[in-house]
Write a protein that binds this ligand. Sequence first.
Ligand code: ASP
Length: 359
Amino acid sequence: MEKTTGKKRRVLLIYTGGTIGMIQDPRTGALSPFRFERLQEAVPDLKNLNVEISTYSFPRLIDSSDMGPEGWSAIGGVIRDHYQAYDGFVVLHGTDTMAYTASALSFTLENLQKPVVLTGSQLPVGVLRSDGKANLVNSIEMAAAVDEKGQPKVREVCVCFGDSLYRGNRITKYSAESFKAFLSPNFPALAKAGVHVRWSEELNRIKRQPGETGFRLQTELEHRIFIFKLYPGCPISLNLGMVGTGKEAVPFLARFKGVVLESYGSGNAPSCPEFEQWLQVMRRHRIPVLNVTQCAEGSVEMGKYAASTLLQEYGVVNGRDMTTEAAVAKMMYVLAKGLGYRESCRLLGRPLRGEMACT
Ligand code: ASP
């Protein structure tokens, strides 16, 4: 770890990889990560910020396509290990899976009372027109911001990108082109950086969970999650094909511990016998099914149409307006607690970190 500036609010900049710190290979033209010191050279203005910045670089810098539960626990571990020493944390991360990482950290960093801001860019920071510099500077300033009592302005996991600060578990990457790469379709931005930073009333309005006292990192995550995206004509029965032999044989999906069901519109699913059989198998094997909509905006409303009443009858959990990214991360987090089917379903169906509407 390296210290770069003098005293003031202390922010730890954690570098995991992603386009923001990539450089083009002159031979192949492909982008690959470069060392963190080069990033600081590319943004000399970091020294002029009224913030004491320290840096932590992961030894292996990755494209975020390689990020997963182990990486999330590693990032969480760095934050946990430096939690007392810093006022805030900025995580530099690729944009491709940033919504998953931000969602995962929002759950695993229990009872978080300090800012954790993820950012990245669409163009490497060394490129003249890069969006990386503004994203980085905004993120550090927001992670260092204090209220009138000197307390951190932000006390949750956020993503700062394209002049907006978003709740981390509400976003989805929607553009591979625009500098506004993320949408938060069901929840307003927490801050907007223009000439002034405008903060939203929604900031830090997350209800703390009973029993969560003191900051703690949950490192365990249940990897065996399956996303079942419905589409017209999808071969539902293939999902139930048996794997294994003899007494060991189980339906393919029974190898998983939870299923995120991406349904249509306001949570609708086919009414054919194959789908009912699918629901029966999930129920028999006590595999929680969490229903989120394929629509970017809006919410699951089970029971609104006849096409979703069957889901209710089989105890499918209403994921309301959660993104798929948040649903996957929440399932991995909740199922790793080993609480059993009923209690897991109960937790999946209620807001834990402001990731879904309250009803
Ligand atoms: N492939 C890159 C990544 O996610 C894209 C980016 O950073 O924008 O790591």
